[in-house]
Design a protein around this ligand. Structure first.
Ligand SMILES: O=P(O)(O)OC[C@H]1O[C@](O)(CO)[C@@H](O)[C@@H]1O
Length: 234
């Protein structure tokens, strides 16, 4: 695991952008993308650059169940607004949260992941150590599945909604097994509220109680932190 502790989000996002660029120059064609606040600085770097992503494929980690792609709280909308409108990809995949037939959504997404193996995966981490929407207890070999969100995640994500009552309680997510298949993973984490999860991910026991601890077994992962997220590292 390569760990970079940076001055701030700006420096971290610049480093992530450079790493992604290097991967693309070296042939990366399929990018795994994440939502949440952590990758926003990277997406700003991507949209303000002159780089053309229109021959690449993107595959997003997750989506809330029950939200239409046009819903401003959906991850479809988030990606369109923060990246795709300015930088279109050849094809962009995000689980269809408006389809309540979970089997159909899951089979379709697993098919997509089999067709387009991810070269570089951008990741954030939840305060409870989740990656994608893989909550504590998720098996490390899991594929795409539907999850019931924990109260911790619902509360953490309430900041994007008017109230925590509006946060959907279920999501479709790529499994941990699919995430760790990526050739290179770039994980971004900022702020003191991530410090505990980051320390457990890097120095803790490899356990399904901390989904991100699965990443200790990955051969090529770069973790980019600000000082606060790195503050509990021994
Ligand atoms: O980057 P943020 O907003 O702190 O979110 C952290 C994590 O939470 C999620 O948005 C899901 O709760 C993940 O996709 C993300 O990695």
């Amino acid at each position: 695991m390569k760990i970079l502790v940076t001055k701030n989000k700006e420096e971290a996002s610049q480093k992530a952008f450079k790493l992604l660029q290097t991967d693309i120059i070296n042939g990366a064609q399929v990018l795994g993308l994440a939502t949440g606040s952590s990758p926003l600085g990277l997406y700003q770097k991507m949209t303000s650059s002159s780089v053309d992503y229109s021959s690449l494929i993107s595959i997003n980690l997750d989506e809330y169940v029950g939200l239409k792609p046009t819903d401003p709280q959906s991850y479809h909308y988030f990606m369109e607004h923060h990246l795709f409108a300015q930088k279109p990809f050849a094809k962009s995949f995000i689980p269809d949260g408006s389809n309540l037939n979970a089997t159909e959504v899951i089979n379709h997404y697993n098919q997509i992941l089999a067709t387009y193996p991810i070269d570089t995966q951008i990741l954030g981490i939840g305060n409870n150590g989740h990656i994608g929407f893989n909550e504590p207890g998720t098996p490390f070999d899991s594929q795409t599945h539907k999850v019931k969100l924990t109260l911790a995640t619902i509360n953490a994500n309430a900041r994007f909604f008017t109230s925590s009552k509006d946060v959907p309680t279920e999501a479709y997510t790529m499994g941990i097994g699919s995430i760790i298949k990526a050739k290179h993973i770039i994980l971004l984490a900022f702020g003191e509220q991530k410090a505990d999860a980051i320390n457990k991910m890097i120095n803790g026991k490899v356990t399904t109680a901390v989904p991100a601890s699965a990443l200790q077994q990955h051969p090529n992962i770069t973790v980019i932190l600000d000082k606060q997220a790195a503050s509990k590292l021994a």
